[in-house]
Design a protein around this ligand. Sequence first.
Ligand code: NOJ
Length: 744
Amino acid sequence: MTKEKLKELLNKMSLTDKIYQLIQIASNFYTEDGMKLTGPIEELGINEEILWNSGSVINAKGAKSVKEIQDKYLSKNKHKIPLLFMADVINGYKTIFPIPIAQGCSFDEKAVYDIAKASAKEATTSGCHVTFSPMVDLCRDSRWGRVMESAGGEDPYLGSIMAKATVEGYQGNNIKDKNSIASCVKHFAAYGAGVAGREYNSVDMSRRELFQNYLPPYKAAIDAKASMMMTSFNIIDGIPATANTWLMKDLLRNKWKFDGVLISDYSAIKEIFVHGNAKDEKEAAKKALNATCDIDMMTNLYTNNLYSLVKEGSIKESQVDDAVMRILTLKNDLGLFENPYKDASEIEEQLNHLSKENLELSKEASGKTFVLLKNNNILPLDKNKKIALIGPHVNNKNIVGNWSIFADKNSVKSLKEAFLENYNEEYLKIFEGCNMLASFEYDPIFTSIGQSPLIIDNEELVNELLIKEACEGAMDADVIVLAIGEHQRQTGEACSRTNLEIPYYQQKLLIALKALNKPIVTLLYNGRPLAIKDVLDSSDAVLEVWYPGTNGNSAVVDTLFGKINPSGKLNMSFPYNAGQCPIYYNHYQTGRPHIKDERYVSRYIDAPTNPLLPFGFGLSYSNFIYNSIKLDNNILTKNNKLNVTVSITNDSKYNGYEVVQLYIQDVYGSIVRPVKELKGFKKVFFNANETKEVSFILNTKMLEFYDNNCKKIIENGLFKVYIGTNSRDVLETEFEVIYLNNKN
Ligand code: NOJ
């Protein structure tokens, strides 16, 4: 449809028709039960008229259902405007790939792009038009349960690269194309900076900090042409993001020129009132529309209030028109007016869902995300050794991450199943070892709605017996492979934790196994950086596998036996304890840095200052030695570029990939600068015993930063450049920038 035709359509719509386009409701409202218009739907004030004229639907399940809803809707809709189907397709649809935090650890944008593309293909065949992904919130505090959703972790540069790769993987060249899905970036903005890592908590930071560290990944997603943006639950400058006209209108729309659809997060418009930023729900609706929020996700504030707000002149009808036009444009860009099902097809679902190709990608991509945290030469394992495979994650299929709402648990390969496909059963002994969680670790809310396993009677005794059985069974093993970590339900939305340790019985199990004096290889399944000092100390090797998805355990087994050489690097620092959080490598220089052990320096008296494992950390079966660093020139101006080269040797018999990381430090400036900032990385393949030179270009653009007027500037002066295997272990050299003449 042409723009003119869309305008004609808009002109035919009454104000009420237009307002209905702005509400998003759950798909089950359209199914048999919902049609009775009772319960939650009644509470929302949804009547038949709204139902058949609303604009979009959240989390519909499958092609058949989508087509039925769309057919019925179009038969009743006044203007024959198709419904938009949106869903949370976060790390896969039916085939589940590693959770986003894991994807980021691959430092491999091609892998991240491929995952998004494969996810789009499965989701679109099930009738989905928009995915609420990627989440690009900067995450510096692993107490926050949603760090699992961010591929960028604590770094804005990595976050920007991953945001772009994901959006491009979803959308392809054109969202109208077959199997392309529109991407809704979230949560705008700075949702990851909630005070004390507590979910839905306040955010308060300077504008400069927002621009410098938090905004770049959203901007990168917009530059990659993401179709939609979702508002965040938090406040920015004391104003809920969904009502924040500076953030949404001045910055997102006017400065960044985003003309896509802006959707509120779930009930966020109502929360403007709950925050105490509006005197009533009507004012909340007005504020959200003034901030150009187009879609009201799952509240009735727009449908209840916009009509009277227009009629009394508090908002202009043209504001409603603009919002509707953006929604109609998205529908048109997706080709829905011509083809309201888009790619929904039961036959293609059969072909695409859990296809051989996708299962292979699930395995291959997972293998790139594992991070080897310790290895005392025990890995890779020898296939002729007797293995005791122990732990509550051995038989666990809940390893898809909390957002895999369309996944079928039975399609997931457990660690045990993956082992049995690859390893001689005679040599293997398998024990659960303990319950996943102690009863005090269950969230009573999940338990009460039946989403956690039942709490068992005599759990202390039962766990003692399980631990004893595992220890006895492991007696004649040559090596113990221990699979432990968080319960999947401990991570994700509404899963903030103040204790970042391994759950209680799993710690006890590890201590008991350690007493056997056998080599222990620990596999960690979790969704956030944990405080794992004891795990590192008690294990001979530790492999972080996150929640690896449907076929991820095949990659775990291949990694254990050396078919895959781990190459992942941490995208978030691992703390010693929760008290260190938030902790991140790119912090500002203090006036009293903890360089020497003196009393009055910036440090803790009961814990180290630095994290247990730094950003960028990750070992390999190869042994990479960074030999030397050199710059081709020591002066950088507007008119030249520098080449910095590092020589690296793979001093081992294993071929492998190394993520070579480039950091810079602006040593002094008019604004205090971070101690290090990632400015580039390259994932380089090395043959066994090979030495290679790896180069990066440095230009002045990379050295820009925001001043207190939120303007990008570059200053003359001394810069350090670091290249290394992680953010801590680096080689360094320096150069001078002469960008401005002294009179400027
Ligand atoms: C709330 C979450 O914050 C958001 O990320 C998600 O996309 C929506 N709910 C829809 O499920």
